[in-house]
Design a protein around this ligand. Sequence first.
Ligand code: NAD
Length: 244
Amino acid sequence: MGKRIAIVTGGANGIGRAIAQRLVEEGVTTVIVDVDRDEAMRSATALGERCHYAHCDISNEQEVHDLFARLLAAHGSIDVVVNNAGIIRDNMIWKMPADDFDKVMDINLKGTWLVCRQAAIVMRAQKSGRIVNIASRAWLGNRGQSNYSASKAGVIALTRVLALELGRSGVLVNAVAPGLIDTPLTQRLPEDVRQKLIMAQPTETMGRPEDVANAVAFLCDERTGFITGQTIYVDGGKSIGAGL
Ligand code: NAD
């Protein structure tokens, strides 16, 4: 097995950091791509010499283009791309400023699309690669998340289309849809809201970032094949829906 190179967007914190850690443990040279320079540097340093940091705002077309050019020049190939960076701006639709719709779409959907486009160009030429997009169980519908749920539904549609477009080039594209996971993003929720959400899970627990990272690692593993265009839920069974 040759040296494999991975990019994890939003890898400075939470789920992305756990994914970066897991890939490094698998022997994959991993580049954390993030806008949070300090936290990303801390994470990359803590994960050891096989982990690097590259600054990039994934919603900026030029920055994404330059990122891929830089990484390709430095490493020669890009074998795994995990689109994990994402934000929330929750509110009921009647109180939601249009700017909060745009921000969430720009990062969660357009940013993921921009990174996928550069990954597709590189991986088609290589005739190999894995793309994993972090969606969310929320795409099925969550009150207060009209912007976020729509962006994640878009990510799942994008995943399915890319599986069709890249299948013959040896590139597998899948999504992982986490439910409620204990990260800085969910730690920012008011405590009473957090508790109510936890009790709404069939497991009555939150998931751990490592639970998501394990699913991503499975999809990126060279031994895993012939799975593409799929969405794996890591959500304690919440997506089943019955009885809630
Ligand atoms: P987090 O806020 O802890 O981390 C997100 C990371 O993305 C941060 O490091 C942030 O700096 C980075 N980021 C934000 N905007 C960026 C941009 N424009 N360019 C590059 N990096 C950027 O979030 P998390 O909870 O770890 O979530 C990670 C992913 O998982 C997101 O896509 C989120 O929607 C999804 N998700 C999370 C949960 C959950 O319960 N935490 C549930 C379902 C889905």
